[in-house]
Ligand binder design. Structure first.
Ligand SMILES: [Zn+2]
Length: 77
């Protein structure tokens, strides 16, 4: 799946970033999240499948008793 073009017309390049997001009122930190970043304006574009995956990871509650950092690097899109 391609990111296409940003609204500003800039080129979008995939990066792996650290991403903080709140699910069900709890803040989670995700490592190595694939995201499209516009080279012109810096806009971040997330694929729907990535966001779904992040939410799935937050359902694995046993992980968060130790540490709330999740890596999605093993997940191939
Ligand atoms: Zn842009």
């Amino acid at each position: 799946m391609k990111y296409g073009r940003c609204e500003c017309g800039g080129k979008i390049v995939e990066r792996r970033i650290k991403y903080l997001r709140r699910f069900r009122g709890q803040l989670f930190e995700f490592d190595n999240v694939p995201v499209g970043v516009c080279m012109e304006c810096g806009e971040r574009i997330f694929k729907g499948t990535v966001l779904e995956r992040l939410e799935q990871l937050t359902n694995q509650r046993q992980i968060f008793r130790k540490k709330r950092v999740l890596s999605v690097g093993v997940y191939t899109l």
